[in-house]
Ligand binder design. Structure first.
Ligand code: NDP
Length: 498
């Protein structure tokens, strides 16, 4: 494997041009070496303003917003092709800043980025709008018009896959946008900007601002020239985004954290449930909003399931994320490693917990590695069951019957996804009704259907994306009414005896 060169510096990309390296220099740190591998120059409020202005200009020029759907579709398909053509470079950059194992970057993250553009290309060419003709005097129909300038804010755990879901959705429907990735993970956006330009996305339609959330992100979300905000990130930040968007009366969707239950009933296919339980929590180094981080086991199968699960966890291959055999790489940062370890330290302190494996920094140095950790908890009210830990850390709880399992699953501030494993139609039907989560996966792990809505209940977010839900965010709906005959109009201003 040829190692991909890492961009020495990253600035912002506005109106088709990389900006000079003037802003505050923020090091981009490798999770493997713990050393800076690049430098990000932060966009300040003035640069954010320039990016929003460029987006507004191009939106109003209508080169892209007014382009035929067939033309936009072809450009989006060329973006897909460009991503696939440079997939190895993108995968390696994604690994360099996140520490996600290369097999997952190649197999999931980059293909998903390509699929996002393909999906919205196909969606816009097939979408239709309602027509109301029940009243015989009129035809009334709905136009979906681009909303304007979209602010897109993405997290660090799957930078390319999550950011491109927003970029593809925004531009497919004719918007211009300003993207702000996490300051921890700016590298793969350098080739992405080139791919977009090469595919024919006009300058100024996709702008990129890099910098820290409270500086660059907050200037972007609060900018009066932004019409729509699409945010994926943590719940605390999501509240700030919602407040800022509310003050500006901007449309907003927030996709936030989770503490999802993975419920395994005694009658499930336990081989598949075991494989899936590992993927659900340890893929992406455990840093995934969808993580099945509370594993709920029905009591009769619990002991045996735990024994086999822990044996598999102890066999997970931890190491250099650029090694194709690695299953668990380092966490994103020292802060994230310390946060995960603090939950493990807590779990070692009391009789309500039992640490079944892991719980310490892995014996690999340098690198922000954490041993995959399994904790058995006596009660769902313990902090390890309530807080999103966002690392290779799973908590096991046991239950007696379906009612108890659903009560534990729903006893959470979050409601992003749930996993249910059972062979009984009655059980899965009861589960899909009872569970208060935006997605319920029955006998399958992590299966994202882009045509369907995705998002959370409760503190897992507000609104949905995917298919027509993305269209609802990124377009304004305009109702048009046309009479089909000259029906009488009330005649005002004519004297009564005329
Ligand atoms: P954060 O909320 O810390 O950050 C998300 C993004 O918001 C980053 O780009 C960040 O910038 C930016 N940001 C931070 N503060 C502000 C602010 N005041 N104004 C505007 N922007 C701001 O989340 P993480 O990056 O730590 O991501 C992990 C979180 O994301 C987890 O909670 C996870 O569950 C959630 N997530 C949710 C998903 C979903 O679909 N529901 C999917 C994936 C992750 P910077 O990092 O530069 O500070």
């Amino acid at each position: 494997m040829n190692r991909q060169a890492i961009p020495a510096q990253v600035t912002s990309f506005i109106d088709g041009r990389w900006q000079p390296a003037t802003g505050l220099a923020v090091p981009v740190v490798s999770p493997v070496s713990e050393r800076p591998i690049s430098v990000l120059h932060e966009a300040d409020a003035a640069q954010v303003d320039a990016a929003v202005a460029a987006a507004r200009r191009t939106f109003e020029a209508a080169t892209w917003s007014g382009a035929a759907v067939a033309e936009r579709k072809q450009v989006l398909l060329r973006v897909r092709d460009g991503i696939l053509a440079r997939s190895e470079e993108l995968a390696q950059l994604e690994v360099a800043h996140t520490g996600v194992p290369i097999a997952q970057a190649r197999g999931r993250h980059v293909p998903r980025a390509a699929l996002n553009f393909e999906f919205f290309a196909e969606f816009i060419s097939q979408a239709s709008s309602p027509l109301f003709d029940q009243n015989p005097d009129y035809l009334t129909f709905v136009r979906h018009e681009p909303a304007g300038v979209a602010a897109l804010i993405a997290p660090w755990n799957a930078p390319l896959a999550l950011a491109t879901m927003k970029v593809a959705g925004a531009i497919a429907f004719g918007n211009s946008c300003v993207l702000k990735p996490s300051e921890l993970t700016p590298l793969s956006f350098v080739p992405l900007m080139q791919i977009l330009a090469d595919a024919g996305v006009p300058a100024g339609v996709v702008n990129l601002v890099n910098g820290r959330g409270p500086v660059t992100g907050s200037a972007l979300v609060g900018h009066p020239g932004v019409d729509v905000v699409a945010f994926t990130g943590g719940t605390a930040t999501g509240r700030l985004i919602g407040e800022a968007a509310g003050r500006g009366l901007k449309k907003v969707v927030t996709e936030l954290g989770g503490k999802s239950a993975n419920i395994v009933f005694a009658d499930a296919d336990l081989e598949r449930a075991l494989d899936a339980a590992l993927v659900a929590v340890f893929a992406n180094n455990g840093q995934q909003c969808l993580a099945g981080s509370r594993l709920l086991l029905q009591r009769p199968i619990a002991a045996q399931f735990i024994e086999r699960f822990v044996a598999r966890v102890q066999s997970l291959r931890i190491g250099d994320p650029l090694d194709a055999a690695t299953e668990i790489g380092p966490l994103i940062s020292a802060a994230q490693r310390d946060r995960v370890l603090s939950f493990a330290a807590q779990a070692r302190t009391g009789p309500e917990y039992e640490v079944l494996c892991g719980g310490r920094a892995a014996a690999l140095s340098p690198g922000f590695y954490v041993e995959p950790t399994v904790v058995r908890a006596k009660s769902n009210s313990l902090p390890v069951c309530r807080e999103e830990i966002f690392g290779p850390f799973v908590t096991i709880l046991e239950f007696d019957d379906a009612e108890a399992a659903f009560a534990i699953a729903n006893d959470s501030q979050f409601g992003l996804v749930s996993y249910v494993w059972s062979a009984s139609l009655a059980t899965v039907t009861a589960a899909l009704r009872a569970l208060r989560a935006g997605v319920v996966w029955i006998n399958t792990p992590l299966t994202r259907e882009l045509r369907a809505p995705f998002g959370g209940y409760k503190n897992s977010g507000v609104g949905r994306d995917g298919g027509s839900w993305s269209r609802a965010l990124f377009t304004e709906e305009k109702t048009v009414t046309i009479p089909v005959r000259d029906f009488p109009i009330l005649r005002m201003g004519i004297s009564a005896d005329a």
